[in-house]
Design a protein around this ligand. Structure first.
Ligand code: ZN
Ligand code: ZN
Length: 129
């Protein structure tokens, strides 16, 4: 069951986004994700909401002058993006990828192999300004 909706490109790498099925994500969740960099969008109660949340973009600038992480690309939450390195558990990548996550909307940034590279990956944005 998929929703007919035009999905915006990935805010981090500009790649094509798609609704995630169980083959793409290890547990059932209504999310949009980017197969290119494995960004995971905000979790919705259904695919329709997940699509709307994915298409919502924030003009994310650092929350403060001394903030190292930009605000969440989707919900613009400025507080929760720091820290929270997790080990990715996507199929085929178990325990090998790291990412930053927004604890408000549960979006995840790009998944990278270098544990120290998550912040740079999170801050990378395409389009907008
Ligand atoms: Zn991407
Ligand atoms: Zn967020």
């Amino acid at each position: 069951m998929e929703v007919e909706m035009v999905l915006e490109d990935c805010p981090h790498c500009g790649g094509d986004a798609k609704f995630a099925g169980l083959a793409d994500w290890p547990y059932l969740s209504y999310i949009v994700f980017c197969p290119g960099c494995l960004v995971k969008g905000p979790q919705g109660p259904d695919y329709y909401m997940a699509g709307l949340l994915w298409n919502e973009r924030s003009n994310a600038e650092p929350a403060a002058d001394d903030a190292v992480a930009r605000a969440c690309a989707f919900c613009a939450d400025e507080v929760v993006v720091e820290g929270n390195n997790g080990v990715g558990n996507e199929p085929g990548h178990k325990g090998t990828l790291y990412f930053r996550a927004c604890s408000d909307c549960l979006a995840r940034g790009p998944h990278v192999r270098d544990k120290d590279g998550t912040l740079e990956a999170w801050n990378r944005r395409v389009g907008g300004s």
